[in-house]
Each structure stands twice: as structure tokens, then as C-alpha cells.
Design a protein around this ligand. Structure first.
Ligand SMILES: [Zn+2]
Length: 401
């Protein structure tokens, strides 16, 4: 920058930005502020490029190239949505409508989306992922995991992962979503495909491997075989566990040091104990229970036992077609016995833990510059004002979106 550059030009191209006059800032760092959320009143955040450079009170904020006055709004880390299924074709409005008119949900509905996804072009699938990522970003989600699982053959699973990887770093191979319709009479043959040629084709495009461990999908032995094969190829495990029934999913997740056991709706005392004494996060997905009128997961015994709890949307066209983390927070507080503070932590730092990330889900010096301002004085309003679009400004990697 030369000496003749004006202040206005520096502001327009400035590398450092101060966001000041934040009524309540959630940092998720207890060393920076009050309580587990590390709350700071009348806070300021300084962003330098794509990183957080400084956190403190407005009166102590250093000089920066540009400045945004938050005007007494609350600030939170961008949401970390650690579980979604965005690479899909088609639509399941009719199924939802029928279910809300009295028909029970079963895993079989996934086959409808498999047929539509196989029939979709690459361009259609890219456009779909981009659409729902943008929708999530507008609602404050700045990190989003997404999965394959609607291809269920080598070519279409690898295609789904290539498409996902063009949009996010957090990509999960879910060839074991259900037994492929191509192998309806030979589930063992499908496990061989998933752990053999499909894994070979998919592993280069993914960070994670996942299994739907559930009656009607994959049993405990199959889940262990698939996750172990994925680990041998360098993928890290996560598990769809204990969603529709009690089963072995949570115990297998803990046994294999999975980053997360997702759903956790049907747990016994041994499952809660295993999660509390492991690095495996319990990720609760209340959009699924909402959209299927199922029993809510109960966060209270998990939290009281000391387990790490995350909240996520499970955004998918069948059982939870929401991209809204604020909606999940409101459900968790209303129906899953979480406090507003616990739910906001679970949707930010909890999601980061479920992805084994330390650079997101918190606002600390060195963290990624991902944050949202709320049109409210406090993060509690995310649960207090359900359904209201409170997220008013979002920064993602230091860029205001
Ligand atoms: Zn899922």
C-alpha cells in the first residue's frame, strides 16, 4: 500500500476488519469469557484475512483497516453442521405428505432417492448441493459435512463424492446407507462390493466412512467390517447409530474410535456410559424426529454423564429436509432437555468436535474467521424466538456473505 492511498481505499481493500459493539459474543473458549460459552459482553472481533486475529471488549479493540458496527446484536461462531445428505436428485414431497397423513417411516424410502440420483446429471447434482449449501450459509452454517449414499453402485457413489468434494472439505463415503437394490437378494455380496471396488473408487474423494447400522440396513457385524475396511484405507469412521431401534451402532462407534455416533435416539445405560468415556461425540439430529413424528432423543442423560453432544440437521430429502441449525437448536431446547447455552454450544463447538476440528466452532485468535450476527441481543433468542430468521450477517473465511 503506497503513501497516496486514501483511508477509504484502505477500508475497501483492508485486510483487517473490526466488528465492534457486539452485545453478547459466544466464543466457546472459557478462558476468554464467562461460563462454558466464554461469553463476552460489549465485545469486538478483529478478522485478519480468513482468520480471527483478536477477541476482546469494544473499548480495547485495536485499529484496523475497516470497521463494522454490530449495533448491539449478538455474535456467535458459524454453525458446524456435521451431518447432511445433499448429493441427491428428485423430491419426496409425496412421501412426507403421506407420512404426515398416518403412514409409518421405514428406511425403504431411500430407494426412491437412489433412482432419482442415478438418473440426475452431474450438473443437476452440483446445482442441488450448491443451492442447499447457500441456503445453510444464509442461516449461519459455515462448515457443512455431506455424504454419498444415494448412488449405491461404484460409479454413482464415486460420482457423488467427487461432486460433494467440489463444495466442501468434509465428505463422507456412505455406500453402506442401505443394501443396494441391485443386491436385494445378496446383502453379503453388497458388503463385499462396498469394502472392495467401491471403497477403492471412493476413498480418494472422502475424509470419512459411515454406515447406517439399523434393522433393515446393516447389522453390527456388517457395520464393523465396513468401517474397519474404510479405516485400513485411511478413512475415519462415523456411524448412523441407534436411530430407529436400540442396536449395536453406538458400541461399535466407540469400539472403533469413530468421531461421532449420529442419532442416538434409542440408548441404554451402557451406551451412555460408553459415549461418556470415549472421544466419540453423540450427534443428535432432531430434524429427523420432527419430520417422522418419532420419539425425541434425550440429551440430558448424555450431558449429565459427561458425553460430548453435537446438534446437526441431517438435511436430506426423505426424513429431515431442513438446513436450519437454529430450528434444531429450538427443538433441542424445547423437546430434548437441553439448555439454550448447551444447544448453541452443541451446534457450534459440538459439531466441530464431531468433525475432529479445532479451527471452527469457536471464536479465538487463530480460528477460522467464521461468525454470524443475530438480530437479537443474545444467543438465547435462537431458542426463545423459534422460526424467526435471526441470522442477519455471516462471515465465512473472513468474507462477508
Ligand atoms: Zn443421516
Amino acid at each position: 500500500m503506497n503513501a497516496s492511498t486514501t483511508a477509504a481505499e484502505r477500508a475497501a481493500t483492508g485486510r483487517t476488519t473490526a466488528i465492534t459493539n457486539i452485545a453478547t459474543l459466544v466464543t466457546n473458549d472459557p478462558s476468554l469469557g464467562e461460563g462454558p460459552l466464554g461469553l463476552i459482553q460489549d465485545a469486538a472481533v478483529v478478522l485478519d484475512g480468513d482468520r480471527v486475529a483478536w477477541i476482546g471488549t469494544t473499548s480495547k479493540a485495536p485499529a484496523t483497516d475497516s470497521h463494522v458496527d454490530a449495533g448491539g446484536r449478538a455474535g456467535i461462531p458459524g454453525f458446524v453442521d456435521s451431518h447432511s445428505h445433499l448429493v441427491f436428485g428428485g423430491d419426496r414431497t409425496a412421501e412426507f405428505n403421506a407420512r404426515m397423513s398416518g403412514r409409518a417411516y421405514s428406511a425403504g424410502g431411500i430407494r426412491t432417492t437412489v433412482a432419482a440420483t442415478r438418473a440426475a446429471t452431474d450438473e443437476q447434482l452440483h446445482a442441488n448441493v450448491a443451492k442447499y449449501l447457500a441456503e445453510a450459509l444464509r442461516q449461519g452454517t459455515t462448515t457443512l459435512e455431506t455424504k454419498s449414499g444415494y448412488g449405491l453402485n461404484v460409479e454413482d457413489e464415486a460420482r457423488a463424492l467427487r461432486i460433494a468434494a467440489a463444495h466442501t472439505d468434509e465428505v463422507t463415503f456412505l455406500g453402506a446407507h442401505i443394501v443396494s437394490p441391485d443386491y436385494a437378494d445378496d446383502p453379503a455380496g453388497y458388503v463385499d462390493l462396498v469394502t472392495g471396488p467401491m471403497l477403492d473408487a471412493c476413498a480418494p474423494h472422502a475424509r470419512w466412512i459411515d454406515v447406517f447400522c439399523e434393522q433393515g440396513a446393516f447389522d453390527g457385524d456388517q457395520a464393523r467390517t465396513i468401517l474397519t475396511a474404510g479405516k485400513a484405507k485411511g478413512l475415519l469412521p462415523r456411524v448412523h447409530a441407534n436411530q430407529l431401534h436400540h442396536g449395536p451402532g453406538v458400541q461399535i462407534a466407540v469400539e472403533l474410535d469413530a468421531a461421532s455416533a449420529d442419532h442416538c435416539t434409542h440408548l441404554d445405560a451402557a451406551d451412555i456410559d460408553a459415549l461418556a468415556n470415549s472421544a466419540t461425540v453423540a450427534t443428535l439430529l432432531p430434524g429427523a424426529e420432527f419430520s417422522t413424528r418419532a420419539r425425541w432423543p434425550d440429551a440430558r442423560p448424555l450431558l449429565d454423564a459427561g458425553a460430548t453432544v453435537a446438534l446437526s440437521t441431517d438435511c436430506n430429502p426423505g426424513s429431515s429436509f431442513t438446513s436450519s441449525m437454529p430450528f434444531c437448536i429450538a427443538l433441542a431446547v424445547r423437546d430434548m432437555k437441553m439448555t439454550p447455552d448447551e444447544a448453541v454450544w452443541a451446534a457450534t463447538a459440538g459439531g466441530a468436535a464431531a468433525l475432529r476440528r479445532t479451527d471452527v466452532g469457536r471464536l479465538t485468535p487463530g480460528a477460522r474467521a467464521d461468525l454470524a450476527l443475530l438480530d437479537a441481543p443474545s444467543h438465547v433468542h435462537l431458542a426463545y424466538r423459534p422460526g424467526v430468521p435471526l441470522v442477519s450477517d455471516v462471515w465465512h473465511r473472513g468474507v462477508r456473505v
